[in-house]
Design a protein around this ligand. Structure first.
Ligand code: NAD
Ligand code: ZN
Length: 338
C-alpha cells in the first residue's frame, strides 16, 4: 500500500493506493456518513460498503445532471444530514464528479471523500479537485474546484471493469508518462501485459505514479492557466474525434496523442522513433492510433471548437518522451499530420 498527501490551493487530500474497498471505513471521520454510488457499482460492491445510508444515482453520462444533484439534496434532507455530514463517493468518474459537486454545495459545503472504482477515476477524475455536472448535454458546465479529504484506490475492484473501460484509463496513464516521465514510460512498455492482467503490484505502482504526476501538475497550477494545459496532451484533437465519431473518451484521446506526436515530429521537435514508441504502447493497451474515416468532419469540428482562440490553437506537443510544451498551432498545420 502506498500513500501521500496533496496540498492544493483549495485543500489537502490524502491519497491511498492499494487499500481494500472494505477498509475505506477506517478513513471515515466520526460523523454521520452518506454514500453516493451508481447502480452498477452498488450491484457489485454494496456488500463491501461501510454500513451507512446509500444513495444510488442510476448510471452513465446521462445522469450527470443538475436533476440528479437536486435528487441527492432531497435524499440528504430526508436523512436529516446536517453540516457535520460526510459524503463518500464510491464509483467511477461520474460518481466522483457528482459527489464532489453535491458536497461542495449542500449546506454551503460539507466534507467528502472518494473511493474511485474505475481506472480512469483512480488516475484522473478523483485527482485535481474538479467537480461538476453537465447542463443540457454540454459537459461539465456547472461545477466547482474542491478537494476530497481522501481518495482510497483499490486496484482489485478493476477486475469487474469491462476491458474497454479499463483501456480508456490506460490512455490517460500513457499521457501522464508521455508528458512528464520517460522512466515511467519505459516501465509501462515493459509491464503492459502485467498491467492488463491486473497484477496488483504493477497496478499499484502505475496508479500511484499517475496520481503523483497529475497531482504535481495540478499543484503547480490548480486553476488551469499554463502548466495544467499539459494534461490536455491528445485532448484538443481527441475531443474533436470524440464529438464527431462518438468513440469513448480514452480511445479518442489515444488518436489525439498520436496526432500530437506526429505534429511534434513534423516540427522537428520529436524523434520519429519516439512517435513509433507512443503508437506501439497505445496499441499494446488495445487503443486505436488512427481513425479510418471522418477526417474532414473532425478537422471541421476542431476548427469550429477553437474559433475563439483566433488563428492559433494552444496545442500540447512533445520535445521528447517525458517532456511536453504548449505551442500555438494552426488547423492547417494540424491537418497535415492527420
Ligand atoms: N474531475 C475530473 O478531473 C475528471 C477527469 C476525467 C474525467 N472526468 C469525468 O469522469 C467521467 C468518466 O468517468 P468513468 O470513465 O469512470 O465513467 P463512469 O463513472 O460512467 O464509469 C464507467 C462505467 O463503469 C461502471 N463501473 C464503475 N466501476 C466499476 C467496476 N469496478 N466494475 C464494473 N463496472 C464499474 C459504471 O457503472 C459505469 O457504467 C466523465 O463524466 C468525465 O467528465 C472528470
Ligand atoms: Zn481525458
Amino acid at each position: 500500500m502506498k500513500q501521500f498527501e496533496i496540498q492544493g490551493v483549495t485543500g489537502r487530500s490524502k491519497i491511498v493506493v492499494g487499500e481494500h474497498l472494505e477498509n475505506v471505513r477506517f478513513y471515515l471521520p466520526d460523523t454521520p456518513v452518506v454514500i453516493i454510488t451508481d447502480d452498477t457499482v452498488a450491484g457489485l460492491y454494496e456488500k463491501n460498503f461501510p454500513s451507512v445510508p446509500v444513495i444510488k444515482i442510476g448510471f452513465g453520462e446521462g445522469i450527470k445532471t443538475l436533476d440528479t444533484v437536486a435528487g441527492i439534496y432531497r435524499e440528504l434532507i430526508r436523512l436529516e444530514a446536517d453540516r457535520s455530514a460526510f459524503l463518500l463517493g464510491i464509483g467511477g468518474g461520474i460518481v466522483c464528479d457528482v459527489t464532489g459537486f453535491v458536497a461542495s454545495t449542500y449546506l454551503r459545503g460539507v466534507r467528502f471523500g472518494y473511493a474511485p472504482t474505475t481506472l480512469l477515476a483512480q488516475v484522473d477524475a478523483s485527482v485535481g479537485g474538479k467537480t461538476g455536472v453537465n447542463v443540457d448535454g454540454y459537459k461539465n458546465m456547472a461545477g466547482v474546484f474542491s478537494q476530497p479529504e481522501f481518495v482510497v484506490c483499490d486496484p482489485m475492484v478493476l477486475k469487474t471493469l469491462p476491458e474497454r473501460e479499463l483501456c480508456s484509463g490506460f490512455a490517460e496513464i500513457v499521457k501522464h508518462a508521455a508528458i512528464s516521465d520517460a522512466a515511467y514510460f519505459t516501465y509501462l512498455e515493459k509491464n503492459v501485459a502485467n498491467a492488463l492482467a491486473l497484477d496488483p503490484e504493477v497496478l499499484e505502482r502505475i496508479i500511484y505514479d499517475s496520481v503523483a504526476i497529475k497531482a504535481g501538475v495540478v499543484n503547480r497550477d490548480e486553476t488551469e492557466k499554463g502548466e495544467r494545459r499539459k494534461l490536455n496532451f491528445g485532448h484538443t484533437f481527441g475531443h474533436a474525434v470524440e464529438k464527431t465519431t462518438g468513440l469513448p473518451h480514452g480511445e479518442a484521446v489515444s488518436i489525439g496523442m498520436v496526432v500530437a506526436a506526429k505534429l511534434s515530429a513534423a516540427r522537428g521537435m520529436l524523434m520519429p522513433d519516439d512517435v513509433d514508441r507512443i503508437i506501439q504502447l497505445l496499441s499494446c493497451f488495445h487503443l486505436p492510433t488512427r481513425m479510418d474515416s471522418d477526417r474532414e468532419k473532425i478537422l471541421d469540428a476542431l476548427a469550429r471548437d477553437k474559433k475563439r482562440e483566433g488563428d492559433g490553437i494552444h496545442f500540447v506537443l512533445l520535445t521528447a518522451i517525458g517532456n511536453a510544451v504548449v505551442e500555438k498551432i494552426t488547423v492547417a498545420e494540424i491537418s497535415q499530420s492527420v
